[in-house]
Write a protein that binds this ligand. Structure first.
Ligand code: AMP
Ligand code: MG
Length: 405
């Protein structure tokens, strides 16, 4: 039996980067950037108006007030996209639209709402009812993004705003990590498919679907290898069918039972077994190995064990494969809301509800902690992590909590 951290290290040591591919921006959502992106332009590229209003000289409005309006002559309309050519002088204003370029000579913009037209064209006049300060309502050149700055580091999972930045910078295609392909195989004589009748003694393979959803959530491509009986020949055939993938996940059949065949089959087909059995709860019966470039996780069959093993081992492997860093905000400290039993020597991952209360996190168990019980897992938004050295923990103790998303 190996300790959790040592197991994770062995997994991460086995990971080799997956390689990159070019994608269009329309395909970039959720993809992991494979290169640093530096801004090749300033954004905005020019001083422009943040409002529909009038560009003017702020000093002209020094004494402007509701009962002492300042009268200005409107010399120009500046539309978004246009280039104002006239230089603005004292006692003049230019009507300006949001996003339009600030004319030379102007140093601020007054909102339409603080003005009133008192004479129409050709000699248009407006009154300004309040003092406007220098720079007010002007979006300065480069105030958002400066030319040359590292704007999106490699390893970032792209969101809509970052994709918007790439578009603003005129980058139509980017290099991203290839999406890992992950095979999912559920093993067990007792398993039936979700659409099949459920004979007495059988269970539906929920793990196929929990794993499938976790794989998709991590941005990977699932390959469902279906169900297989605890039969060495069929098992071997099915596992071999996953070797075109970056990762194979099997579920079940890795414990110490007479029909737990997965580890033996993996060894038989040449998988280099890196470890078997981890000192953790749930999730003890887990086997990990590598064959050529495929990482193979023999996950335990108990539904909650599978989910937690994925979260704690498979997900970090996917992050490493694709060059991502773990979010440092995922693990927080919380005040334990109840006493908790614990056996020393094992790392515990307890299903919990964690909430922010009076300036700190508080956490309580989301239900019973059976490794086959999906309901408390479904109610949990977090895992309380108690390390190997810890014994039973009392209410009010500070504990480590991993927030699930
Ligand atoms: P095993 O790891 O094969 O010993 O299975 C442990 C427990 O998990 C047993 O109660 C199995 O019936 C259950 N189990 C195994 N595979 C699945 C699956 N794909 N979906 C739901 N439960 C499963
Ligand atoms: Mg089994």
């Amino acid at each position: 039996m190996i300790k959790f951290k040592a197991a994770l290290s062995l997994i991460l040591d086995s990971v080799e980067p997956i390689g990159d591919e070019d994608v269009k921006l329309t395909d970039a959502q959720g993809r992991v950037l494979a290169e640093d992106v530096y801004a090749k332009d300033n954004i905005p590229g020019f001083d422009n108006s943040a409002m529909d209003g009038f560009a003017l000289k702020s000093s002209d409005t020094s004494w402007a007030a509701k009962n002492n309006p300042k009268v200005l002559a409107v010399i120009k309309d500046i539309r978004a996209g246009g280039i104002p050519k006239k230089i603005l002088r004292h006692n003049q204003a230019s009507r300006i639209m949001t996003g339009a370029m600030i004319p030379k000579g102007a140093d601020c913009v007054v909102m339409v709402e603080q003005t009133r037209k008192i004479q129409s064209r050709p000699k248009e006049l407006i009154e300004v009812y309040s003092k406007v300060s220098l720079g007010e309502n002007i979006r300065r050149r480069a105030e958002d993004i400066k030319k040359g700055e590292l704007i999106i580091p490699g390893g970032t999972k792209l969101n809509c705003a970052q994709i918007g930045i790439l578009a603003s910078l005129g980058i139509p295609k980017i290099m991203v990590a290839r999406r890992p392909k992950i095979a999912i195989l559920a093993t067990g004589d007792e398993l039936v498919g979700v659409c099949q009748k459920l004979p007495l003694g059988k269970v539906r393979s929920s793990n196929t679907y929990t794993l499938y959803s976790q794989v998709i959530k991590c941005g990977c491509i699932p390959k469902n290898l279906g169900l297989v009986k605890d039969n060495p020949i069929q098992l071997e055939k099915k596992i071999l069918a996953g070797l075109d993938c970056d990762i194979i996940l099997t579920s079940g059949g890795v414990s110490v039972g007479e029909y737990d065949l997965v580890k033996g089959i993996l060894a038989k087909i040449g998988v280099k077994i890196k470890f078997w059995q981890v000192a953790m709860r749930p999730g003890k019966p887990l086997v990990f190995g590598k064959l050529k470039n495929t990482l193979i996780f023999g996950l335990p069959g108990n539904p909650v064990s599978g989910i937690i093993s994925f979260e704690m081992f498979v997900r970090p492997a996917i992050l490493a494969l694709t060059g991502q860093k773990e979010d440092s905000k995922k693990e927080v400290e919380a005040l334990l809301g109840q006493d908790v039993e614990k056996k020393r020597g094992f790392r515990y991952f307890l299903r919990a509800k964690t909430r922010w209360e009076k300036g700190g996190y508080c956490t309580t168990l989301s239900g019973r902690q059976g490794s086959a019980m999906l309901k408390p897992m479904s109610l949990a938004n977090s895992l309380i992590i108690l390390d190997e050295a810890s014994g039973a923990v009392k209410k009010g103790t500070k504990v480590k909590v991993r927030l699930l998303d």
